[in-house]
Ligand binder design. Structure first.
Ligand code: KMH
Ligand code: ZN
Length: 273
């Protein structure tokens, strides 16, 4: 298991729209189909957001329930991770609508930041409240780290007992307003981890592929998907999430690492099913 790589797929997110890439799924049935496609191509974890039929972001429980039910009905055993980040501007109570039965992990954003031209707010008491809700529901947190200071919040949460193992760290690099995706930045962030833990990198936009290759080389896990990147190569749109996952699987094997199955990912991340 030592060198297995967990490939996660962020299939839709809250920001990207069909005008940018027609493969962006909106309806619960489309998001579920995208998750199943990602799993068929080798993703062990699917990171989920939901949308209204017109593409606006939704954290409504009924949307997430339908996605989870459809994913499981398709025989897909990928680890289901619900976003508690939702979209910029959503109140925390609304963001927590995603934590439905069947979810196994939930994201825990480690701080506030500029997010493009907007501000993504995660005040410390809100982070503590979301961590408490994840614990109550026995969901494994994935701590989203966009900037170096957020590791201090991670350290503080651990010291104060608001967060405890098992948890997973996702470095999200390349958001305009957060740290860029560079080897120097990732190495610096890794030095700042409060304790050894599983970690992964999600490179945004043009950072997706180089950051995945870097994570594979440095022993981390990888995230790809339309939430983070809409392109297969410069100027060429990706056909869908499956294609991005297939690229990650190929890159993993080229780096000498075998993708983890969902069962192996559950063991590595200590996710109880
Ligand atoms: N949509 C971003 C503002 C998460 O999933 O927890 C936040 C986000 C992080 O996507
Ligand atoms: Zn997300």
């Amino acid at each position: 298991m030592g060198d297995k790589v967990i490939v996660s797929c962020a299939v839709v997110g809250a920001e990207v729209m069909r005008e940018q890439n027609p493969a962006v799924p909106y309806l619960p049935a489309e998001i579920a189909a995208a998750a199943v496609e990602a799993w068929r191509e080798g993703a062990a974890v699917v990171h989920l957001h939901a949308r209204w039929p017109d593409g606006r972001p939704s954290q409504r429980s009924e949307h997430f329930r339908e996605i989870v039910d459809r994913v499981r009905a398709a025989g897909c055993d990928a680890v289901i991770q619900s976003s508690t980040g939702g979209a910029v501007g959503m109140p925390v109570a609304e963001r927590l609508g995603s934590l439905v039965d069947g979810a196994e992990m939930g994201t825990l954003n480690m701080g506030s930041m500029n997010f493009g031209d907007e501000v993504f707010l995660n005040a410390r008491p809100d982070i503590v409240a979301i961590a408490a809700r994840l614990r109550e529901r026995r969901l494994v947190p994935e701590c989203e780290v966009y900037d170096a200071g957020m590791l201090e919040t991670l350290r503080w949460l651990l010291e104060k007992g608001h967060l405890a193992r098992p948890y997973h760290v996702q470095f999200v690099l390349g958001v305009p307003g957060g740290m860029a995706g560079s080897e120097r930045n990732l190495r610096f962030l890794l030095e700042g981890l409060p304790e050894p833990t599983h970690w992964s990198v999600a490179g945004i936009g043009r950072f997706e592929f180089p950051m995945a290759e870097l994570a594979l080389r440095l022993g981390g896990h990888v995230r790809v998907g339309l939430e983070d990147n809409l392109y297969r190569s410069k100027g060429v749109l990706a056909a869908g999430n499956g294609e991005l996952v297939a690229w990650a699987v190929k890159a993993a094997r080229a780096a000498g690492r075998e993708p983890a199955t969902p069962a192996e990912a559950r063991r590595l991340l200590e996710v109880a099913r």
